[in-house]
Design a protein around this ligand. Structure first.
Ligand code: ZN
Length: 147
């Protein structure tokens, strides 16, 4: 990746980390799940309205490092209004991307987080929100922990 692009990507992560979108508990939701990454101390709660096989709304709150917050922010933006199948596919692609199992390219701007694959401890930060969503889509009600 060229250095300019890398700088732009870092900027986008910092921006989402500082000013997360879809942040705060919504007035109404059908699903809620807590998640914790003890390795870093990231805690988040994911709220979603999932009806008729579609993620109609996705929001989160909590506290965590810039990577975990930025990833949750971008995830909520990406999956809102999408079908559950699509969200599930995104989860798998994103997971493969940040664990270095797949070349980036077909995941849109989520690719900005691909750099974490070089930092194994950060992978858990980047995937925390996604694992939470995955559990939610499967109907799990237990809190999610990365450990
Ligand atoms: Zn973290």
């Amino acid at each position: 990746m060229n250095p300019d692009l890398r700088g732009l990507y870092q900027e986008m992560i910092l921006d989402h980390g500082r000013r997360p979108r879809h942040f705060g508990a919504p007035a109404q939701f059908t699903h809620k799940l807590d998640a914790f990454n003890p390795l870093c101390g990231d805690r988040l709660t994911l709220y979603a309205t999932i009806e008729n096989g579609e993620v109609k709304n996705a929001q989160f709150d909590g506290k965590g490092c810039a990577i975990s917050v930025a990833s949750a922010s971008m995830m909520c933006e990406e999956v809102e209004g999408k079908s559950c199948d699509h969200a599930e596919q995104l989860f798998h692609r994103f997971h493969q991307l940040v664990t270095g199992k797949q070349e980036a390219g077909d995941i849109g701007r989520l690719e900005v987080l691909a750099g974490v694959k070089d930092f194994p401890a950060r992978v858990k930060c980047a995937t925390l929100a996604w694992h939470t969503l995955e559990h939610m889509l499967k109907g799990d009600r237990e809190a999610v922990s990365t450990e």
